[in-house]
Design a protein around this ligand. Structure first.
Ligand code: IPM
Ligand code: MN
Length: 355
């Protein structure tokens, strides 16, 4: 039977319980089809506190060699670098270290009765405003962070977005495949450059509609009329913000997965944080982490198992009894939610996309 080597970074806060649940569900999805070999790697704020670095160079090297890595959320508010930044942040290490330049963030409504929302944000992951992380700040003013947009970096992320549009199941409400470029080309020349390259690359994909939105208008529309979005491509910082906006329209951050992929190694982490206040209390929503596991299976080429897992998460929320409390935590707890997903995996129904 085919074997895959998977990295597992439990992370901080609710990360260990979420990744344990997702690994167990992955084992269920794999049974009889392929074998998973797990390799645990330490990373995050806890690791920084213990060792002085959030992820060792040796761990990064090993992660580069795995078929894929499942990662929990990282970060603890009290663990800071000497210049006051969050110390558990692996983004800079893993995203740039692996050159995982595409951060794919699906936003999809699973909850019954809601609006049909099903799009993916393709967030540029290695440049943009995040590229200048770590620069100094004076006492009286800060005007040091700069936004990096390169031709090569923009071409590859825009191509990735159009490829994602071509490969997507389902279609937006009006049935038109489209990629929306989100920027602030009306204010910053860096974004105008991003848009110009988007327009050039869009010509290579005449079968997909290309359109633009300014970031503020996009934020509005993602709340007011999300149904028409299909694929959104955008700079790192805008993508960070818009993915949280999108999450708020589909039941909260706990619902949203993310894939960090490039041309080599890939890792999969939820779009949300480590929620230390919920840790160890059976309260975290595992949906985002479980949908990460489904994205990981897709990445491995195990489309059948991926569809089963995604279908099981959908079924658990839409008719399978899982309900969210007002604060976005599952009413039946983390364990109850995972049981509902495992039950749905045992009796697969065809993957339904949304209402
Ligand atoms: C995310 C997170 C990270 C980011 C933080 C933890 C650095 O918010 O993955 O969206 O800003 O990219
Ligand atoms: Mn974020």
């Amino acid at each position: 039977m085919r074997e895959y080597h998977l990295g597992l970074i439990p992370g901080d806060g609710i990360g260990p319980e979420l990744t344990a649940a997702a690994a167990a569900v992955l084992e269920t999805a794999a049974r009889g089809r392929f074998v998973l070999r797990w390799h645990r790697e330490d990373g995050g704020a806890g690791t920084y506190r213990r060792t002085g670095t959030a992820l060792s160079a040796a761990a990064l090297e090993r992660i580069r060699g795995y078929d894929a890595t499942l990662k929990g959320p990282v970060g603890l508010p009290e663990v800071r670098t000497p210049d006051g930044l969050e110390a558990g942040v692996l983004g800079g290490i893993l995203r740039t270290g692996l050159d995982a330049y595409a951060n794919l963030r699906p936003v999809r409504s699973l909850l019954p009765g809601g609006r049909r929302i099903d799009y993916v944000i393709v967030r540029e992951n290695t440049e943009g405003l995040y590229a200048s992380r770590g620069n100094g700040v004076g006492n009286d003013h800060a005007m040091v962070d700069q936004l990096l947009v390169t031709r090569a970096g923009t071409e590859r992320i825009v191509r990735r977005a159009f490829a994602a549009a071509a490969a997507r199941r389902g279609a937006p409400a009006d049935g038109v495949r489209r990629v929306t470029c989100v920027d602030k080309a009306n204010v910053l020349r860096s974004y105008a450059f991003f848009r110009r390259i988007f327009d050039e690359v869009a010509e290579e994909f005449p079968q997909v509609e290309a359109e633009h939105r300014y970031a503020d208008a996009a934020a509005y529309e993602l709340v007011a009329a999300p149904g028409r979005f299909d694929v959104i491509v955008t700079e790192n910082f805008i993508g960070d913000i818009l993915s949280d906006v999108g999450a708020a329209t589909v039941g909260g951050l706990g619902m949203c997965p993310a894939a960090n992929v490039g041309d080599g190694a890939a890792y999969f982490e939820p779009a949300h944080g480590s929620a230390p206040a919920l840790a160890g209390r059976d309260r975290a929503n595992p949906a985002g982490q479980l949908l990460c596991a489904a994205m990981l299976l897709d990445h491995l080429g195990e489309a059948g198992a991926a569809a089963d897992l995604r279908g099981a998460v959908t079924a658990a929320f839409d008719g399978g009894g899982v309900q969210l409390a007002g604060d976005g935590t599952p009413a039946g707890g983390l364990a109850g939610t995972v049981s509902a997903v495992v039950a749905a995996l045992a009796s697969p129904t065809p993957e339904t996309n949304v209402p």
